[in-house]
Design a protein around this ligand. Structure first.
Ligand code: SF4
Length: 364
């Protein structure tokens, strides 16, 4: 059995990425079979519980308030709304619900308490619950764990070097600190990134160095292909080719052998043949539902048809780790600390982010 390594170098990962494709696919598929059932794929549903109006400047994101995009924002959903959506997701084959809020970081208070209640509610539906809420402190991560959170998503997005070309309102080290805070609890870590933002292959390898040298490695790694949304700084980026996607998935599978590698944004641009190649290369998780936060995604029925065609089975919840216990709010032993952590704000100038902001000012 291949062992998990935490000492990958960028050069070694680049060598893997650039291996002749048939050999790369063979190596990745072999490692995949050592650690996972190749005919099982996890189906997750991503739910935007609070959309738009985000103060951050992520160059790929239509939810950043400073850019002019045509997404409809909404305030935090109610627990009942979230429960109804989770039940719908469960009945269509999802085993995990990932709740995303367009926040810079979690703030203690009624909205966070409401999210904690959502976590309790979905965990009681026997579904894996994941949250992606921005930066979190250790105390907040512990409160999420106590509510029954299964996973916390916090993407590294790209290499440390290229991160600075995409986001100026927080630093790469903040990402690592949040992941570290989550690691101090029994919540699993979901962290990956986006390709097609104009980065070099070296940056893709650099991101995989950062992820693979985490110890333990993330339990889940989403690989997104940029969906270039009009009004965002990255609106003119060309779609990622399927060959790049397959290479990225295969390389991720080899350096993160035990991780669930998730085909995330950009699936609408991929054929079924392309997706099948990604599954062969080691992808074993997808997001289901016609929207991925705000960008389009294949319809659930289309995905289930594809599963049937390929002989794939949706993964049952809690296959990789047992279900966490939920502690009710009244029984909680953890207090809100009302912390005001100083997450960094480098605010260096990113030309294309500035341009998109100016364009938005004119249009608004
Ligand atoms: S990716 Fe997240 S943090 Fe960045 S602008 Fe979008 S919602 Fe905000």
């Amino acid at each position: 059995m291949s062992t998990v390594r935490h000492d990958w170098t960028k050069e070694q990962i680049l060598d893997i990425y650039n291996t002749p494709l048939m050999e790369l696919l063979y190596q990745a598929a072999t490692i995949h079979r050592l650690h996972h059932d190749p005919n099982t794929v996890q189906v997750s549903t991503l739910l935007s519980i609070k959309t738009g109006g985000c103060p951050e400047d992520c160059g790929y994101c239509p939810q950043a308030a400073r850019y002019h995009t045509n997404i409809e924002g909404n305030d935090l959903m109610s627990v009942q709304q979230v429960k109804a959506q989770a039940l719908r997701a469960k009945s269509s084959g999802s085993s995990r619900v990932c709740m995303g809020a367009a926040w810079r970081n979690v703030k203690d208070g009624p909205e966070f308490d409401q999210v904690l209640e959502m976590v309790r509610t979905i965990n009681k539906l026997d579904m894996e619950v994941c949250c992606t809420l921005g930066m979190v402190t250790e105390n907040q991560a512990q409160r999420l764990a106590e509510a029954g959170l299964y996973a916390y998503n916090h993407n590294l997005d790209s290499s440390e070097e290229y991160y600075k070309e995409v986001i100026s309102t927080r630093g790469f080290e903040d990402r690592l600190e949040t992941i570290d805070n989550v690691r101090k609890t029994n919540v699993t870590v979901c962290s990956g990134g986006i390709i097609g933002m104009g980065e070099k292959i070296e940056d893709r390898a650099g991101m995989l160095v950062a992820l693979s040298t985490l110890d333990p490695q993330p339990e889940s790694t989403p690989i997104n292909a940029l969906v270039a949304v009009e009004g965002t700084p990255l609106e003119d980026q060309h779609p990622v080719s399927i060959w790049d996607m397959v290479r990225m998935v295969a390389t991720t599978r080899i350096v993160l052998p035990e991780t669930q590698v998730r085909l995330s944004a950009g699936r609408t641009q991929m054929t079924r043949e392309g997706q099948a190649m990604c599954f062969f290369a080691g992808a074993n998780s997808i997001f289901a539902g016609d929207k991925l936060l705000t960008t389009p995604n294949p319809d659930v029925n289309e995905d289930m048809e594809m599963f049937k065609l390929l002989g794939l089975n949706p993964q049952k919840p809690f296959t990789k780790k047992t279900q966490p216990q939920t502690v009710e709010a009244v029984d909680s032993e953890l207090q809100s600390l009302g912390e005001k952590p100083k997450w960094t704000r480098p605010e260096h100038k990113i030309e294309r982010n500035e341009d998109a902001k100016q364009k938005a000012k004119v249009l608004k």
